[in-house]
Design a binder for this molecule. Structure first.
Ligand code: HPA
Length: 270
């Protein structure tokens, strides 16, 4: 990552009054409703931020939203950058660097995913407990800056068990049947063949998507704690019917209303 770029954007955001955040939250496809549970103090379009990429994926708004809640400053990235859009890894992980450089301690990353576990169904919320990274490129490839992070950062317990436990408790109290599982990330944008869904299940995944794992690798590299949440928008096993992006976004939108409430309660407990 070119640090001058991160510092330039960080300075710009500080000038706009966005600083001293505790939590950065990346919103996946169709998940923008989460923000409606929060009181927004400041909103900036990605296009107004110098050197910032623009997200082109469906269901992604392309805005930063800054909120204060329960004594914590929270920065929402409403629109993520995907590998399949042609972005470089440095663009994809930029929100994670900004979270860190604006003093954040926690990254929450959310996504829409295809379900591989036969006990899951469309609309379920899954807390990610671990991942399998099948992207063709690692975001840490290249020369390492030891001042920023280690050459070989550990990915054991990449998804913080303690933060996860609090989230599980909140879901239980709210009567939500939260699923837990392993997320596999690869590039897309073509959806999987039946054989690929089967393969991903055999290698140990519960859900598949086209994002998240590069962000989490960088979050751990920078020492951020991670909570990862998938919304299961379609199933990749059993009776697999072709699913359109519109259907995926519709399912994500419905479940994200529940996810928004859970996140609100979770933040109160931190
Ligand atoms: N595969 C990959 N990514 C996805 C899927 C899927 O079935 N559903 C939502 N994102």
């Amino acid at each position: 990552m070119r640090l001058e770029r991160v510092l330039k954007i960080t300075d710009f955001l500080k000038g706009e009054g966005i600083d001293n955040i505790q939590i950065g939250i990346i919103l996946g496809s169709g998940i923008k409703e989460i923000v409606e549970n929060f009181n927004i103090r400041k909103e900036i379009s990605y296009s107004e931020i110098p050197d910032f990429p623009i997200s082109t994926a469906p269901g992604h708004e392309g805005k930063l939203k800054f909120s204060s809640f329960a004594g914590k400053n929270i920065l929402f990235f409403c629109g993520r950058f995907h590998y399949y859009e042609g972005y470089k890894m440095d663009d994809i992980v930029l929100p994670v660097y900004l979270t860190k450089f604006l003093s954040g301690e926690i990254l929450v990353t959310t996504n829409a995913a295809g379900g591989l576990n036969p006990l899951f169904s469309k609309g379920d919320i899954m807390r990610i407990v671990d991942h399998i990274n099948l992207f063709p490129e690692n975001p840490l490839r290249g020369k390492n800056d030891e001042k920023i992070g280690e050459r070989f950062p550990s990915m054991i317990d990449a998804y913080d068990p303690y933060l996860g436990e609090i989230f599980d408790k909140v879901a239980e109290e709210e009567g939500i049947s939260l699923k837990k599982g392993i997320y596999v990330g690869w590039q897309g944008p073509s959806l999987e063949t039946k054989a690929e869904y089967k393969f991903l299940r055999i290698i140990g995944a519960d859900a598949v998507g086209m994002s998240t794992t590069p962000e989490v690798i960088i979050a751990r590299y920078l020492g951020l704690k991670v909570l990862g949440i998938s919304i299961i928008t379609n199933m990749g096993i059993g009776d697999i019917t072709p699913h359109s992006p519109e259907e995926i976004i519709e399912v994500a939108r419905n479940s994200s209303k529940i996810l928004g409430k859970l996140l609100l309660k979770w933040i109160e407990r931190l």
